[in-house]
Design a binder for this molecule. Sequence first.
Ligand SMILES: C[S@@+](CC[C@H](N)C(=O)[O-])C[C@H]1O[C@@H](n2cnc3c(N)ncnc32)[C@H](O)[C@@H]1O
Length: 206
Amino acid sequence: MDGVYEVKKINPSCFDKTTEEILSNLEKTKNSFWNLDRECANFLNTLIKIKNAKNVLEIGTSNGYSGIWILEALKETKGKLTTVEYWEKRQSVARANFSKCVPEVYAESKIGAAVIVLEDMLDEIKQNKREKFDFVFIDANKKEYIEYFELIDKMINKGSVILADNILTHYKKVEDYVNALFDNPSYQSQILPFGAGMMLSYKISD
Ligand SMILES: C[S@@+](CC[C@H](N)C(=O)[O-])C[C@H]1O[C@@H](n2cnc3c(N)ncnc32)[C@H](O)[C@@H]1O
């Protein structure tokens, strides 16, 4: 093969100097906090802009690395983020990172077990106390992806996007999620074989 492209190269940052420094520092500890790699974070950011998403849900906040990339995209789309994490300490580190990096974008931090938090938010949606989401990023307990999906499906409309991480690195744990999406005629899905492997799903009908 001629001229193989070195895929790790990322275009110049969309961030200011302070945010770029914070991101670079977070990248040094990414294995301890299970953060996305920069390539996937850049993809997530670009996808939110392309979708023009206004109401993003993230499941698995950690220290806020991916959240910073989501918020930067939402600055452009004028949207907001809701992010879920069961470790209070991590959620507070994330909140501090969000306010240092992208203070102008609204981020709602939810602390608790994802399934319980999602059930509560679904109740709020049913009572018209909360709007449906239009973009969901799944990156928490791999064995629970299928449970997240069963709830998320009721929390999004046609035209919405679900992106799930660790599809290839944790295939056995997420296999039921992958099958459920591929077998569901309301969704068009594709596994993207970069980073830890992501599954991109588009809701084509309600
Ligand atoms: C892979 S990390 C998220 C990384 C983050 N999205 C990023 O790229 O910066 C997964 C996070 O989900 C949290 N988590 C795992 N299971 C969870 C659950 N059942 N409910 C809520 N949070 C959970 C973990 O504590 C961890 O911080």
